[in-house]
Ligand binder design. Structure first.
Ligand code: AMP
Ligand code: MG
Length: 394
């Protein structure tokens, strides 16, 4: 049985970034920048005032003499007033600075008397002027390939007048829940049935990372499962099956995937939960994850394995959820030599592992801030031991 690290490496070795397409910036949320975006202009575009005040020559300010106000420049106006010796121009935030001025004094320091203005106090030469190109020179990388198109980056692209950008295509994801125990309605619950929940759970996790998905469910019947996998793999880049991946008599997932031409990359990982995790591949951009049926195991495997695969397919530089290393509030004991993934809450800079973490339990996942990794090597971690954690999406 392979380790968590080996499993993750095998997954990333088999993950390729999708081809790049053009997308409107209006729909960029959740997407990744596909190529370096170079500043098409210096930014700021021109020398401009950072304040409402007066533009002047610093040499005149230090004389202390009143200056003659020779005009006004508002944001959006051209800078076509000259400021000569002994003169100042009324100016507003974002307005271009006349080429003959070098400094802006804020209006709070100014006393106006007709067309004369005097100032109490001094500012440095160049004060309150945003210099052309001080943020980005023309041609500098403004948004890197692989960067998340968050609000700030979309704003930055729009700053340059862009309405579109490039992004690796979103991988198409299909979810197939296997099991014969799914109830159609409340009445069937008394007969040992349960409600199918992995489909909506995984769909939500995918939506939170910016991906749409399709969902179907199928009974534990080898032929039916094979048909559904066949259908799904004609359209989906990534197939997520849940259930039927252990070694029970009705666990048909692995055989069905193999019958559909998928090659097993690994099956079973030395971890808890999610030991039976299966990863198979058919060709570039055609893989499947056999997730365990137990909801907690399924979601945990999603975040530690499916998530980084999808992030790479989406072209992201950062593959995992944000990681922070935190000390444990309480000791952690185990006996099985496996890597444990548990959920926890942040408590004053430390992490408290939550109770009730069995594979069928989702409540302590829903209440958690983080996923915590307890490594396979150590079976007793005293309180205060620093562990790796990954911040769950809100
Ligand atoms: P399996 O991995 O198929 O052996 O299923 C393990 C456990 O997870 C069983 O208790 C199943 O009833 C449950 N389970 C499997 N699939 C689902 C599902 N899609 N939704 C909710 N529970 C499931
Ligand atoms: Mg099952």
């Amino acid at each position: 049985m392979i380790s968590v690290q080996e499993a993750r490496q095998l997954i990333l070795d088999n993950a390729e970034t999708m081809p790049v397409e053009a997308i409107p910036l209006a729909f960029a949320a959740g997407r990744i920048q596909g190529t370096d975006f170079l500043a098409s202009h210096p930014h700021p575009f021109f020398d401009q005032s950072a304040m409402d005040g007066y533009a002047l020559r610093h040499a005149d300010l230090i004389t202390g003499d009143p200056l003659k106000v020779v005009g006004e420049i508002r944001a959006g106006d051209p800078p076509n007033i000259d400021v000569n010796r002994g003169e100042a121009v009324r100016i507003f935030t974002g307005a271009p600075i006349p080429s003959t001025a070098d400094t802006v004094v804020m209006q709070e320091m100014a006393t106006r008397d007709g067309d004369q203005v005097s100032f109490d106090g001094l500012v440095d030469r160049g004060a309150n002027v945003r210099k052309q190109g001080e943020q980005l020179a023309k041609g500098a990388v403004a948004v890197q390939s692989g960067a998340q198109l968050n609000a700030a980056r979309v704003g930055l692209l729009a700053t340059f007048g862009a309405t579109e950008t490039t992004s690796p295509r979103a991988p198409i994801v299909a979810i197939l829940s296997t099991g014969s125990e799914f109830a159609e309605n409340e009445d069937e619950l008394g007969e040992g049935k349960i409600f199918e929940s992995n489909g909506l759970m995984l769909r939500t996790a995918l939506l939170q990372m910016g991906l749409e998905s399709f969902h179907a469910q199928v009974e534990d019947d080898a032929d039916e499962i094979r048909k559904r996998i066949e259908e799904a793999s004609t359209m989906a880049n990534v197939l997520l099956t849940t259930g039927g991946v252990s070694v029970g008599a009705y666990d048909h997932t692995r055989n069905s995937l193999e019958a559909c031409g998928y090659e097993v990359i690994f099956h079973k990982v030395n971890q808890k939960p999610g030991k039976p995790l299966l990863f198979v591949r058919k060709q570039a951009h055609r893989v499947a994850f056999g997730l365990p049926g137990n909801p907690r195991s399924s979601l945990m495997s999603f975040y530690r394995y499916v998530y980084p695969y999808l992030r790479r397919a989406m072209g992201a530089q950062v593959l995992d959820l944000p990681r922070i290393d935190l000390p444990l509030v309480e000791e952690y004991r185990k006996r099985d030599g496996k890597t444990h993934f548990v959920t926890g809450k942040i408590e004053q800079g430390r992490v408290r592992v939550l109770r009730k973490q069995n594979s069928h339990m989702l409540a302590s996942f829903g209440a958690a801030d983080l996923i915590v990794e307890i490594p396979d090597g150590a079976d007793h971690l005293p309180a205060g031991t620093v562990v790796s954690t990954w911040v769950l999406p809100r």
